[in-house]
Design a protein around this ligand. Structure first.
Ligand SMILES: Cc1cc2nc3c(=O)[nH]c(=O)nc-3n(C[C@H](O)[C@H](O)[C@H](O)COP(=O)(O)O)c2cc1C
Ligand SMILES: CCCCCCC(=O)C(=O)O
Length: 343
């Protein structure tokens, strides 16, 4: 329940509704009479084989959802053979998650005013076998989260910072998380810091939070391995577009040169299919995973992933796509297509 307050957001946030509703405005264009007796959903993300183009998005503080936290989420990822994104602000340590199972893990990074803390986390992630850095770039400051302010959100101790930084904030009247974020996040963080990040790690870097062609091109120029089309689950700037409406612009700008991942509003296998048809290599799942964790621990997360995989498999069969490579732009019809009478 506590996690629901934190994850839910305010009902009057435009983008929160849009992220889900925009999927509902996209229709499918199935092809018929193709042999779909065998469906292959397996893929490779940055060279790591996974059972489906589905990953776990980094979301903070899993112990608010379940007392064993991120360790259980990682075990579910391993059991389903999908990649887990671990949040910088997790409630289990990087080392606890790494030693709990053999899931392929990517580490999500924030850049703090105290750069040495971010650098140390990167080193810990490298040492413990994380395979990539997901650098979140849409949070120079925390967005205005009215539910957190109203509920006087108190962040638990964030385990990676124990002995380095306390999450206790004494002078905050509203959201303690917001106060912690403004003490720690660096609003001066900019493109030049990506050069710094590249200088301290050999891990591939994916920039999380790209919504425009201009930024996609800049990201490629600076030499990152991938971008994640994301609006942070509509938790940062309200009135940005639904991510599914921003995806194609970014995909067209990138022209296949780097990996494009996607998140925001995926609730069904048909949503996964639509994001793939519009050019994403894979999708990341945020809230459904933590709701599964809150409801039934590791089993709950597994069920969420399995349900999405089952639904994707059925969608591929009924749309005439035996493999992921068979899913094309022509398999969906968007509002833009309708306006221009395309397809
Ligand atoms: C409760 C919650 C916590 C989150 N924490 C983080 C985080 O620590 N770092 C980050 O980059 N994104 C974070 N996100 C954003 C997710 O990575 C992802 O972009 C978003 O949840 C995708 O949308 P969805 O929840 O509709 O699947 C968080 C999202 C939620 C709902
Ligand atoms: C550095 C403190 C901010 C953590 C925010 C976690 C997050 O990304 C989210 O809640 O969304």
């Amino acid at each position: 329940m506590y996690y629901d307050f934190y994850a839910g957001g305010s009902e009057d946030q435009h983008t929160l509704r849009e992220n889900v509703e925009a999927f509902q405005r996209i229709t499918l264009r199935p092809r018929i009479l193709l042999d779909v007796s065998k469906i292959d959903m397996s893929t490779s993300i940055l060279g790591y084989k996974t059972s489906a183009p589905i990953m776990i998005a980094p979301t903070s503080m899993h112990k608010l959802a379940h007392p064993e936290g991120e360790v259980l989420t990682a075990k579910a990822a391993a059991a389903c053979n999908v990649i887990m994104g671990l949040s910088f602000t997790s409630t289990c340590t990087i080392e606890e998650v790494a030693s709990s199972c053999n899931a392929v893990r990517f580490f999500q990074l924030y850049v703090y005013k105290r750069r040495e803390i971010s650098a140390l986390m990167v080193k810990r992630a490298e040492r413990t076998g994380f395979k990539a850095i997901l650098l979140t770039v849409d949070t120079p400051k925390l967005g205005r989260r009215e539910a957190d302010i109203k509920n006087k959100m108190i962040a638990p101790q964030l385990k990676n910072f124990e002995g380095l930084l306390s999450t206790e904030v004494h002078d905050s009247e509203g959201s303690n998380l917001e106060a912690f974020a403004s003490n720690t996040l660096d609003p001066s963080f900019s493109w030049k810091d990506i050069v710094w990040l590249k200088s301290i790690t050999k891990l591939p870097i994916l920039i999380k939070g790209v919504l425009t062609r201009e930024d996609a091109i800049k990201a490629m120029e600076i030499g990152v391995e991938g971008i994640i089309v994301s609006n942070h689950g509509a938790r940062q700037l309200d009135y940005v577009p639904a991510t599914i409406d921003a995806l194609e612009e970014v995909v067209l700008a990138v022209e296949g040169r780097i990996t494009v991942l996607f998140d925001g509003g995926i609730r069904r296998g048909t949503d996964v299919f639509k994001a793939l048809a519009l050019g994403a290599k894979a999708v990341m799942i945020g809230r459904p995973v933590v709701y599964g964790l809150a409801a039934k621990g590791e089993y709950g997360v597994k069920r969420v992933i399995e349900m999405l995989k089952d639904e994707l498999e059925l969608t591929m069969a009924l749309a005439g796509c035996p493999t992921l490579n068979d899913i094309t732009r022509n398999h969906v019809r968007t509002q833009v297509d309708n306006r221009h009478c395309r397809l």
